[in-house]
Design a protein around this ligand. Structure first.
Ligand SMILES: NC(=O)c1ccc[n+]([C@@H]2O[C@H](COP(=O)([O-])OP(=O)(O)OC[C@H]3O[C@@H](n4cnc5c(N)ncnc54)[C@H](OP(=O)(O)O)[C@@H]3O)[C@@H](O)[C@H]2O)c1
Length: 260
């Protein structure tokens, strides 16, 4: 199988590194010369990576083509390209609807959208795809997993969910600062909390049949300290704040999608 990447930047680099560490079925990966630093490094490190100057040539040879340029220049870069009808195109470009891409890229190819995150490089990221062609799902399964959204709203919901990353670190930072105010060394608090949350993530992944609500219960001794903190968090509208933030970012994604 030959893969193509138009736009060789942060996310293409992560996907290519993940794929070449795991997927024997990939015979060649053709990448756009831009960005030059990423493409050159990849081609130097991996025999399977070849650089192409012409984006149309990538469309001509690849079975699956990933679109990974920034949204602001997508129309300019992609308009006028032609993809053979048996090509599978996977757009990683935030907010650009498939109908727009079909207007820019002729030839009757199939289109999917996906939201890989940088940890695909280590094959431990679950990627949201829409609508989710079987070969696209299979490819992301190798990079850590795939969830196929049935509707564009569900897909945009995953995009909103992916915006929780900084909030996760805000929770860690606030907790560490509170511990420092009570006498901890910051580095020790950081190490302690990082391991605590890593352990919780690990347990969560290893118990896929337990809902998060069941895990809250499982980690709350009645009358105990965990129950107390969780109840205070919810009483002070921590849950409502998360819903409100997700509502706002979802609305922003929708507005950008309709305007793009
Ligand atoms: N980073 C993430 O975590 C992430 C996650 C999911 C989706 N995405 C989406 O993926 C896309 C790329 O994101 P990114 O973070 O990888 O951005 P990036 O690092 O800026 O990569 C985009 C690349 O596109 C190249 N490019 C510019 N003009 C081009 C052209 N005419 N032909 C081919 N390539 C061209 C740029 O090269 P130059 O440097 O030469 O301009 C740049 O290296 C965005 O649409 C973003 O929404 C990103």
């Amino acid at each position: 199988m030959k893969l193509g990447f138009i736009g060789t930047g942060v996310i293409s680099d992560a996907m290519i590194r993940g794929l070449l560490s795991t997927d024997d079925a990939v015979s060649e990966i053709v990448v756009s010369r831009r960005g030059r630093e990423f493409s050159q490094k990849l081609a130097t490190e991996f025999d399977a990576v070849r650089i192409e100057d012409d984006n149309q040539a990538i469309m001509d040879v690849a079975d699956i083509v990933f679109l990974a340029v920034r949204p602001q220049i997508a129309e300019q870069v992609l308009s006028g390209l032609k993809a053979p009808a048996n090509t599978q195109i996977v757009s990683l470009i935030a907010t650009i609807p498939i109908a727009k891409l079909q207007g820019w890229i002729s030839g009757g190819a199939s289109f999917d959208r996906a939201i890989p995150l940088p940890s695909v490089a280590h094959c431990n990221c679950v990627t949201a795809v829409y609508p989710g062609a079987p070969d696209v799902i299979a490819l992301f399964e190798k990079l850590g997993g795939a969830v196929a959204a049935d509707t564009i709203d569900a897909f945009d919901g995953y995009a909103a969910g992916s915006a929780l990353m900084a909030t996760y670190f805000e929770i860690l930072e606030s907790s560490a600062q509170w511990m420092v105010a009570h006498g901890s060394d910051y580095a020790d608090a950081r190490r302690y909390l990082a391991a605590l949350f890593a352990g919780l993530s690990d347990n969560t992944i290893k118990s896929p049949d337990q809902s998060f609500a069941a895990l809250v219960e499982g980690h709350s001794t009645p009358g105990g300290l965990n129950e107390q903190v969780a109840q205070t968090f919810m009483r002070q509208k921590g849950g409502a704040a998360i819903h409100s933030a997700l509502d706002d970012v979802f609305a922003r994604i929708k507005a950008a999608s309709s305007g793009s």
